[in-house]
Design a protein around this ligand. Structure first.
Ligand code: NAP
Length: 504
């Protein structure tokens, strides 16, 4: 640990301002996460939560909304009446249009007219549309509330291509230094994802195997069963590559592929992740044609019953309005990390909406034994696989080949060693946001994306977007409730491999 890490300790006072404090993200994720940390006694004692929106509600009106949000999004067994009241007392609301220059003095007065104002850590969480990121930061600078302890938190999407990501980063960077900017990728706050680092670097047994010498390939899947729902307006301009691959899937890839940092600290992990992004083999147009598959869900049957197509989801109640959208709701692709450790090892990435299961998983598939030692045996050896399940059931599973008990000849059978977080640790696994928000308050940026990482990820993704934009081939249709288009299976079959599904 360096002295700067030690300094990342809990302040006594914090003003946690959420722009978009009445929105879905605030109600579903941010406020429940703050509640849980408060319940555990982890919030700075003198913490205020200031929701900002254009809604004309006072503190009491906001507290009523927050109470309803907590009751909706927290499990009943986690609702502690005293803790709910304590959190509500911390809540305030300011009616302010972040896109206008009016009314900002109210925020100035609220933040400055308080005890310990000079020692208070100010967090500004931008849970609003990205077009408001720059103007909001400018206004914060104008009202003189950005001091060296201030932090700003940004949610995805950070731009829709490299140029627009740079614009957002420039605008925010004119007011906040990079060390004060926290770009959230909530996947990095998940216990199982952090445990991937611990499993790799706090143990010795995996490290000698963790390279092209013993790893055949890696699969990363983030599959959702939901459709675009009410987010169609945003999603149709984004698509799965921008919405999921550019951030979440590439971040997971980085954690699998990165070299051991000298220690897990503020910049070291991010330095190593950046090196992975920079080592990704650039996608030439012919690579895009050969190594990527894009799909769009059609109507189909899911566990919740028949569901409409993506176009009908966009159209809403009037199917006549169904647009002819070419936006992809599914992506599968093959990437390669061109460095000493990983040269020649394919990383297969896939993500989609309306798939047959909800799962986020990393599978490291090891090579076959070099020599068949059990020629007369029944059953076959199957390659060892390490499944790291990010959601829904966080844990790890190592697949081995074992001898089936019994006399006579040797019968081989696949078995698995399971580590389920829920079973192994008799405690609630905190939500990713809980960990990440506390890191913001403490000023620890290790699990947040640095500007150069975001821009390197965009640089890699852009040629794919460009090729698709030029293509006359529309995304392949796949029925909702299925594993995606057949071409995604063919992407691996061509290489003599197959997607590893969770229950295999
Ligand atoms: P939302 O439900 O539409 O909420 C937007 C919030 O921003 C509301 O509180 C809204 O309140 C406020 N707002 C809008 N315009 C404003 C303005 N000019 N000045 C001040 N407040 C304003 O959206 P959301 O789902 O919470 O998402 C917010 C942002 O986070 C989006 O950029 C989204 O892409 C991103 N995000 C969301 C999620 C999620 O799970 N929801 C996940 C990742 C990223 P008023 O209308 O009353 O002003």
């Amino acid at each position: 640990m360096t002295s700067s890490d030690v300094a990342a300790t809990l302040p006594q006072a914090c003003d946690f301002t959420v722009f978009g404090g009445t929105g879905d993200l605030a109600m579903r994720k941010i406020l429940p996460a703050l509640y849980h940390r408060d319940l555990e006694g982890h919030l700075p004692p003198d913490t205020r939560i200031i929701g900002v929106s254009r809604s004309e509600i006072d503190d009491d009106g906001y507290r009523a909304e927050v109470r309803a949000g907590l009751e909706t999004y927290l499990a009943p067994e986690h609702l502690d009446p005293a803790a709910v009241e304590r959190l509500l007392e911390r809540c305030h609301h300011l009616c302010l249009d972040a896109g206008s220059s009016e009314g900002w003095h109210l925020l100035h007065d609220l933040l400055k007219d308080r005890e310990h104002a000079d020692e208070t850590v100010r967090v500004f969480y931008l849970a609003v549309a990205p077009r408001l990121f720059g103007p909001t930061c400018e206004r914060l600078a104008e009202i003189d509330v950005v001091d060296e302890r201030a932090r700003v938190v940004m949610e995805k999407p950070i731009g829709h291509d490299l140029a627009s990501a740079r614009e957002v980063n420039d605008a925010v960077g004119r007011v906040f230094e990079e060390r004060q900017i926290f770009r959230i990728d909530h996947y990095l706050g998940k216990e199982s994802v952090q445990n991937l680092l611990v499993t790799r670097f706090a143990n010795t047994f995996l490290e000698p195997l963790w390279s092209s010498r013993w790893v055949d390939h890696v699969q990363i899947t983030v599959a959702e069963t939901v459709g675009v729902g009410g987010r169609g307006g945003y999603y149709d301009h984004a698509g799965a590559l921008r919405d999921m691959v550019q951030n979440h899937l590439l971040q997971l890839l980085c954690l699998v592929a990165m070299e051991p940092p000298t220690y897990v600290g503020r910049e070291n992990v991010r330095d190593e992740k950046l090196k992975v992004l920079q080592a990704l083999k650039p996608m030439a147009p012919e690579d895009v044609d050969r190594d990527t598959v894009r799909g769009q869900y059609a109507a189909g049957l899911t566990a919740e019953g028949p569901v409409p197509s993506y176009a009908d989801d966009l159209a809403g109640p009037d199917p006549q309005d169904a647009p002819d959208s070419w936006t992809e709701t599914f992506v599968a692709l093959k990437a390669e990390v061109r460095n000493w450790r990983w040269a020649g090892v394919p990383f297969y990435l896939r993500t989609g909406k309306r798939m047959d299961r909800r799962v986020s998983e990393i599978v490291v598939v090891f090579k076959e034994p070099p020599h068949a030692m059990f020629p007369g045996s029944e059953g076959a050896t199957t390659p060892n696989r390490l499944h790291i399940c990010v959601q829904p059931d966080e844990g790890m599973r190592l697949h081995l080949t074992a001898k089936e008990p019994g006399p006579g000849g040797i019968r081989l059978r696949p078995v698995s060693l399971d580590l389920s977080y829920a079973d192994a640790f008799d405690q609630r696994s905190p939500e990713a946001y809980e960990r990440l928000l506390m890191d913001v308050i403490r000023g620890n940026p290790t699990l947040f994306m640095r500007r150069d990482e975001v821009e390197a990820a965009w640089s890699w993704v852009e040629p794919v977007l460009a090729r698709w934009a030029d293509s006359s081939e529309r995304p392949r249709r796949y029925p909702a409730g299925t594993p995606g288009p057949y071409a995604a299976a063919a992407l691996l079959e061509r290489d003599g491999r197959a997607w590893q599904e969770t229950d295999q």
